[in-house]
Write a protein that binds this ligand. Structure first.
Ligand SMILES: [Zn+2]
Length: 96
């Protein structure tokens, strides 16, 4: 049983909540243009997750259990994508 995972339903409420918390607490830390860390949300857990992308750059990967198990965008990747949206087109190419 994977917490928060419902096939075919897109993001769950708990994932949406988590994305907001990640953004609010500024958990995303850039390492370089293609690597990012997601620091723990205070009060959630103590895991630091790695998010990265390989050629052709459009798709992000994460080392969390959710992504590794489902191969679907997790709350960390979704939070990063939300963040990048604010940068418009340019955000697709560079982080932060
Ligand atoms: Zn993740």
């Amino acid at each position: 049983m994977i917490q928060g995972y419902k096939p075919g339903k897109g993001l769950t409420q708990s994932q949406k909540h988590k994305i907001k918390e990640i953004l609010k607490n500024q958990c995303l830390k850039k390492q370089d243009d293609n690597h990012c860390l997601c620091l723990p949300i205070p009060g959630y857990n103590k895991n630091v997750y790695r998010i990265w992308r390989d050629f052709p750059w459009e798709s992000w990967k994460c080392n969390c259990q959710y992504y590794v198990t489902t191969q679907r965008p997790c709350s960390h990747i979704s939070a990063l994508q939300e963040y990048l949206k604010e940068w418009g087109k340019d955000g697709q190419k560079r982080l932060f």
